[in-house]
Write a protein that binds this ligand. Structure first.
Ligand SMILES: O=C1O[C@H](COP(=O)(O)O)[C@@H](O)[C@H](O)[C@H]1O
Length: 225
């Protein structure tokens, strides 16, 4: 794992957006399409503001989430809603979005179809992860019903996830899908998340600290505030 510390979060957004755009561009020079998986939650909004304004051949970029809360886009909890409001504006509006939420009470009935769309994009060009203070990443939560399945080698690309602290049913990229990406990054801000990451490293057990399953070869981007 590589740890990059920024003087403040403004520098972090600029540096990370530049790195992500560079990786996408690098693939688009010789390949037809590139792909970018991004987190939801409260952290990445300002990064999306920067990224959305970057000149890139966005029409050839497939964008997906690392995980989704099983709620419609009318809900403020929807990660897709965050992307529509903060990423798919300006230049990045030309990107192709691969949404996970298909409606219905629970993810499972339609999941195989959505998972096959995700798997067709492998290896993802860039995966950017977030992390909670409970050491969950994507929607791989400690104590989640399907966690073991999502951590298994050869797991499907997308797994449904039910966890006591998750708030609603979720779907998440599996550890295998994340670890197979060409470029993997984690963005965290603040001392509490840094401490959580250090705790996860010390524990090393992904069933207790799911982020531990994706640390190998990951670049962590951190600013204190
Ligand atoms: O629920 C989620 O949490 C994590 C962390 O979110 P944050 O609000 O602490 O930044 C996020 O990475 C994930 O995509 C999201 O669904």
């Amino acid at each position: 794992m590589k740890f990059v510390e920024y003087t403040d979060s403004d520098m972090l957004w600029l540096g990370l957006a530049d790195e992500i755009a560079g990786a996408l561009n690098g693939v688009l020079v010789t390949g037809e399409r590139a792909s970018l998986a991004v987190p939801g939650g409260t952290t990445p909004g300002p990064l999306f503001d920067v990224l959305s304004a970057i000149s890139l051949d966005w029409e050839r970029v497939d964008v997906l989430l690392t995980d989704e809360r099983w709620v419609p886009e009318t809900s403020p909890r929807s990660n897709a809603r965050l992307l529509r409001e903060r990423l798919f504006v300006d230049k990045a509006a030309a990107a192709n979005f691969v949404p996970f939420y298909t409606g219905g009470e629970a993810p499972d009935p339609d999941l195989a179809y959505v998972a096959s769309q995700v798997e067709a994009l492998a290896p993802l060009t860039v995966v950017l992860l977030g992390m909670g203070e409970d050491m969950h990443t994507a929607s791989l939560f400690p104590g989640a019903e399907n966690l073991e399945k999502a951590l298994r080698p050869n797991a499907p690309g997308l797994v449904s996830m039910d966890a006591p602290d998750a708030g609603e049913p979720r779907v998440s990229l599996s550890a295998e899908m994340i670890n197979g990406a060409m470029n993997r990054h984690l963005v965290i801000v603040g001392p509490a998340k840094r401490a959580a990451l250090e705790r996860a490293q010390a524990l090393g057990d992904p069933t207790e600290a799911p982020v531990a399953a994706v640390l190998d070869g990951l670049t962590v981007h951190w600013a204190e505030s």
